[in-house]
Design a protein around this ligand. Structure first.
Ligand SMILES: *Cc1c(COP(=O)(O)O)cnc(C)c1O
Length: 379
């Protein structure tokens, strides 16, 4: 069996977790700030806030930007449902901007057109959430320029994209956004079991994210409203959640981060093997803008008879997958009034998309097996 993505756990990772198990703190100990600082340093950003998963990070990112009832939040239909649900958790309305057929990312021209219409209708979004699909960064400079023109905030859903670069900026440095969000689910680039991180340049947003992560509670003497109480005293200053990461998870994430560059290099080797092998097959391969480095979370191709290819690959023990069913077509989104046909580029892409195995520990022999199986199915 070859999955489409999987984690790699080294002896060093195991030792890092065991060390925490033998220590004084299983949660809220020193591993969490160490992981946060390492991610902040890797991304070149001032603040990183660790949370229990990227879904939680997206939720508190919306809250930190004051998303609430009556607000609109726009994202891409070609994503996991969490990119859209975060706005719904806050009582806001979701809408989508269709994708570019080459990158499968939110199309900046379509965004510009939709903003123009929304301005006339008085329904401009408060927040736009571009998703760096498969690790390929969105056209952030264009989206950022539009944000200044129309006054919306930007949350990057960078769940696929730790280690990706856009021009000379690393995804997560928030050069073109307010907050960026990473996922450390086991299929992603690095893992902490479950886990997520929000990064920001803003000290104010960082503080709000920290409060929302942990019940809205502070113990900081300088932040308390009532300064007459003793050392036991804490205050709940807003309605927050328990979205904390554990030290066990943070230690694993920190240990994994040490390998990220080697793993992304290995993903690029696999990309080169796939690209060379499929050049003469009836396959649409992913294409990458010249000004980005993708972390290559996924290798999504398009084929004419997707169901037959999907079933053929699965029957051969190659657990291909499909990313993504357009979010607006999910039954729970159709209840909100969305329908098939609303975002045709995302739907066209979805109808022929299939994700081949892509992960750092995929061996050359496994890679050849994937190539041969696909060749046999397509010839
Ligand atoms: C995985 C993923 C998420 C959710 O991440 P979790 O850490 O599992 O909550 C959100 N958005 C995208 C695009 C993802 O791929």
């Amino acid at each position: 069996m070859i999955p489409y993505g999987r984690q790699f756990i080294s002896e060093q990772d195991i030792e890092a977790v065991v060390d925490v198990l033998r220590s004084d703190f299983l949660t809220q100990g020193p591993a969490i700030p160490a992981f946060e600082q390492a991610i902040a340093q890797y991304c070149g950003v001032a603040h990183a806030i660790a949370v229990s998963n990227a879904t939680a990070a997206l939720h508190i990112a919306c809250l930190a930007l004051d998303v609430g009832r009556g607000d609109f939040v726009w994202t891409s239909p070609n994503t996991f449902v969490a990119s859209a649900n975060c706005a719904r958790y806050c009582g806001a309305s979701v809408d989508f901007v269709d994708v570019d057929p080459k990158t499968y990312n939110m199309c900046p021209e379509k965004l510009a057109e939709k903003l123009k219409e929304a301005e006339k209708a008085g329904t401009l979004p408060k927040v736009v959430i571009p998703v760096h699909f498969a690790g390929t960064p969105c056209d952030m400079a264009r989206i950022h320029t539009l944000s200044e023109q129309y006054g919306f905030k930007i949350i990057e859903d960078a769940s696929h994209a730790i280690g990706s670069c856009y021009e000379d900026s690393r995804i997560g440095d928030c050069q073109f956004s307010d907050i960026a969000v990473f996922s450390f689910h086991p299929v992603k680039i690095i893992t902490s079991g479950e886990g997520g991180m929000a990064t920001t340049r803003s000290p104010d947003l960082a503080r709000r994210l920290q409060l929302y992560r942990s019940h809205g509670i502070t113990r900081e003497p300088s932040e308390l409203e009532d300064v007459t109480q003793g050392a036991w005293y804490y205050e709940q200053q807003m309605l927050g959640y328990n979205y904390r990461l554990t030290d066990l998870q943070a230690a694993l994430g920190l240990s994994q981060l040490q390998n990220i560059e080697a793993w992304i290099t290995r993903r690029h080797e696999i990309l080169a093997q796939y690209d060379a092998a499929f050049a003469d097959l009836p396959v649409t391969r992913p294409s990458y803008p010249g000004n980005v480095r993708s972390s290559l979370h996924l290798y999504p191709i398009q084929v004419a008879d997707r169901r037959r290819v999907f079933e053929g690959m699965r029957a051969a023990g190659i657990l291909v997958n499909v990313h993504y069913i357009p979010v607006h077509t999910q039954p729970d989104f159709q209840k909100l009034g969305f329908a098939w046909g609303d975002f045709p580029q995302s739907e066209d892409y979805y109808k022929s998309a299939i994700s081949l195995p892509m992960f750092a520990s995929l061996s050359d022999a496994q890679c050849s097996d994937v190539i041969k199986t696909l060749r046999d199915l397509l010839q």
